[in-house]
Design a protein around this ligand. Structure first.
Ligand SMILES: Cc1cc2nc3c(=O)[nH]c(=O)nc-3n(C[C@H](O)[C@H](O)[C@H](O)COP(=O)(O)O)c2cc1C
Ligand SMILES: CC(C)CC(=O)C(=O)O
Length: 383
């Protein structure tokens, strides 16, 4: 049994256990993947300030996110097709998040439906919304999330047009998978995945198939999204979503100060600084590099979350120091899920919690709310 110390260990296991087309779907970025790489590389450049002889005996990572108590400021980000990484993966991830005391966000593009996840869990989860051309269907998704007791809505604004992901095109990614010799080979070399997948009935987009009109063929993700997602989505639509939802609203995909200022007018409860994990606009800056200017511009008026490139508790701490209140993780938990199902998600969260706690202590802080830019090391600092 391989020893797992860090998220990269889970990534290695996931690569071995999931058919290539689905591993690559999770593990890739758009075009040249420069933004995808920058998300992680820019975290690595940030240096921490070591402090000593501070009483660190009584530490806590607890805080609140959009008014909800969490055991640490970490959220499982929405990830489409999670149930293809591991059968019923959305249920496993939601349960692991609940056990860890952090929110789970179910994607519109999940395999298990809102109702399936709600029936299999007891803790409210968050729901992520994509806006389709068919507004009646979008309205029904919001109503279904409300009926299922979802406790926050995450409205994604950065994917009305799908960024081009070369690996998915090369791999002929589809759900359910095609049965070409190449795809059969990819699956045959992952027999554990195949056997588990045969045992579940959840193998297509549960929120969509059987609910939306004229969307039976989801085999090509890019052509499906271009037919269904509404490229006309604009700021004025957010008012309609907010009214229909009526609960905590988080706007996801803000990467620009002007957009952050515009987001204030919508009355949303939080924004998430994100470039969709480098999967949309390649060439955009990393999330962590733009976080400080967005915090400076609007941080006193709206709760700020972020995601992108977070692979450790140290990354979480750096984002908190730069002004994020909540840090969302995508691939970090998906690697755990793909590697070993629900226990893998729990393991990913344990790793991140431990790294965050130890790093906070070594920086001389006892509460996440006390972390600030002063915990970061700047060349030439005076104090
Ligand atoms: C495989 C995959 C699928 C994703 N699907 C969605 C989605 O359905 N909705 C959404 O808002 N974001 C989606 N995202 C973006 C994540 O919510 C998040 O922004 C991103 O993963 C953060 O970067 P990280 O993976 O480096 O942590 C997806 C990301 C990945 C890796
Ligand atoms: C099915 C996709 C639209 C889900 C997504 O957001 C992504 O792959 O990044």
């Amino acid at each position: 049994m391989a020893v797992v110390c860090e998220i990269r260990d889970l990534e290695r296991l996931a690569r071995r256990r999931v058919p290539k087309m689905f591993f690559d779907y999770a593990n890739s970025g758009a075009w040249t993947e420069s933004t995808y790489r920058a998300n992680s590389e820019d975290f690595a450049r940030i240096k921490l300030r070591q402090r000593v002889a501070v009483d660190m005996s009584d530490r806590s990572l607890e805080t609140t996110l959009v008014g909800q108590r969490v055991s640490m400021p970490v959220v499982l980000a929405p990830v489409g097709l999670t149930g293809m990484q591991y059968p019923d993966g959305e249920i496993a991830a939601a349960r692991a998040a609940a056990a860890a005391g952090v929110p789970y966000t179910l994607s519109t593009m999940s395999i298990c439906s809102i109702e399936t996840v709600a029936a299999a869990t007891t803790t409210p989860f968050w729901f992520q919304l994509y806006v389709m051309r068919d507004r009646d269907f979008v309205g029904s998704l919001i109503d279904r999330a409300k009926a299922a007791g979802c406790s926050a809505l995450v409205l994604t604004l950065d994917l009305q047009i799908l960024g081009q992901r070369h690996n998915d095109i090369r791999n002929g990614l589809s759900t359910p998978p095609k049965f070409t010799p190449k795809h059969l080979w990819q699956m045959a070399t992952r027999p554990g995945w195949c056997l588990r997948m045969l045992r579940t009935r959840n193998r297509t987009f549960g929120n969509i198939v059987g609910h939306a009109k004229g969307v039976d063929d989801l085999s090509s993700l890019s052509s499906w999204t271009s037919q269904q997602f509404d490229p006309r989505l604009s700021w004025k639509d957010i008012e309609w979503v907010k009214q229909r939802w009526g609960g905590p609203l988080i706007l996801k995909g803000i990467l620009d100060v002007e957009d952050a200022r515009r987001a204030l007018d919508t009355g949303a409860d939080a924004i998430s600084v994100s470039n969709h994990g480098g999967r949309q606009l390649d060439g955009a800056p990393s999330s962590i590099s733009v976080l400080p200017e967005i915090v400076d511009a609007v941080g006193d008026r709206i709760e700020i979350h972020m995601d992108g490139g977070v692979r450790s508790g140290q990354d979480v701490l750096k984002a908190l120091c730069l002004g994020a209140k909540g840090v969302h993780i995508g691939r970090a938990y998906i690697y755990g899920l793909a590697a070993m199902g629900g226990p893998g998600v729990s393991l990913a969260l344990d790793i991140i919690r431990k790294e965050l706690d130890i790093t906070m202590a070594l920086c001389g802080e006892r509460r996440v709310a006390d972390l600030s830019r002063t915990n970061l090391y700047h060349e030439g600092r005076q104090d």
